[in-house]
Write a protein of this length. Structure first.
Length: 359
């Protein structure tokens, strides 16, 4: 029902949003803290209603290669995992990007490196935004800070992925995946018919009709000159995405003396730190990157103008700070505050860090 309100976990919300989007298939493998995605899909049994395929693969490697095959036919397919599982999927993600295929990937981040902890983290920023697999490629990376955005970014992620024929990733930290909030669910959309898929995806390998040439989907090219041409095509797409799809949210940045840059759930904690700071007479603004790639360079640059300093707050040892420093061209002090191992900072800790590092 249009406008239906539900109380859901972030992981549950993604699963329901995928069904309502008209997703054709989900291929995944359980790992904490995102296992509720496949559990919710199994409980919903969308194969009985929309015809959506839901399959628990034998491994993360198998799951991403099933996504590869489904995406090659022009279908709307997705997978989800958490940090170590996403690492196992990187080779397949590189293949999908090289073949210019749309697909949606959810990473609900947990602490690392290695098996680490099941507690929340934001330490997969580099992996997601710098190309976690091999070769010159990018993913569109969306960072939700609420359960509602977990819902909304399913639609946005799929739409952008099909628009630019490149995989999109929802990069959520474990807090967003596990917390519960009220959300407004979208109406149920029908899955596209085979005829609609052929019309919308003329490049897809979904059955040759008429006299058209065969569609061959591959990332292999033995001729280096042709491989260079393929790479240039990808780079043109990435430049177009950078020009058109940078997204961010700003809170009180215009008259602030200091700027905090944070994404995901941490940005919400920073909002409380800002409120406490205002009560103490300290003017603080916040900018939240919504697209981590393309990084909202211009918005961060403009928000930082005239400020005394910038504090980048992350659940990691310092990753997004590199993009923030590039965006502001080192024209003002940029400092980092982060917690590791799944420990979540308090608003007071963030405010103390700003006072210590920038005041």
């Amino acid at each position: 029902m249009d406008g239906e309100v539900s109380l859901l976990k972030g992981n549950e919300a993604v699963a329901i949003a995928a069904v309502r989007y008209g997703c054709d298939a989900y291929f995944g493998y359980p790992i904490t803290p995102q296992s509720e995605v496949i559990e919710t899909l199994s409980a919903l049994q969308p194969w009985e209603t929309t015809g959506m395929v839901v399959l628990q693969a034998e491994s993360e490697v198998a799951a991403i290669n099933m996504v590869y095959g489904g995406a090659a036919t022009g279908k709307a397919v997705m997978t989800s995992s958490s940090s170590p599982g996403i690492s196992l999927k990187q080779e397949g993600i590189s293949y999908i990007a090289a073949c210019m295929l749309p697909a949606l990937i959810l990473n609900v981040m947990r602490g690392g490196p290695g098996l680490g902890t099941i507690q929340p983290s934001q330490a997969d920023y580099f992996q997601a935004t710098k190309g976690g697999g091999h070769g010159d490629y990018h993913l569109i990376v969306l960072a939700p800070s609420s359960v509602q955005e977990m819902v909304d970014f399913v639609t946005l992620g799929f739409d952008l992925s099909f628009k630019y024929r490149t995989p999109a990733m929802i990069l959520a930290d474990g807090i967003v995946g596990q917390m519960m909030e009220k959300v407004v669910l979208p109406p149920q959309k029908p899955r596209r018919t085979d005829e609609e898929v052929r019309k919308e995806c003329p490049w897809a390998a979904n059955g040759r009709e008429g006299l058209r040439k065969r569609n061959i989907v591959t990332s292999l090219e033995m001729d280096p000159a042709r491989m260079e041409v393929n790479n240039h095509k990808l780079q043109e797409i990435y430049r177009e995405i950078e020009a058109n799809e940078q997204r961010s949210e700003e809170i009180g940045t215009e008259d602030a003396d200091y700027l905090i840059v944070a994404f995901g759930s941490v940005a919400r904690i920073c909002e409380k730190a800002r409120e406490i700071g205002l009560q103490q007479g300290k003017k603080i603004g916040i900018i939240r990157p919504i697209t981590l790639w393309p990084f909202p360079k211009k918005a961060v640059e403009n928000a930082a103008k005239g400020k005394k300093g910038v504090l980048v707050v992350e659940l990691n040892a310092g990753q997004m700070i590199e993009d923030v420093r590039l965006a502001v061209h080192d024209n003002l002090p940029v400092e980092h505050f982060g917690r590791l191992g799944g420990i979540i900072p308090s608003p007071g800790e963030i405010l103390d860090a700003l006072n210590e590092k920038l005041s």
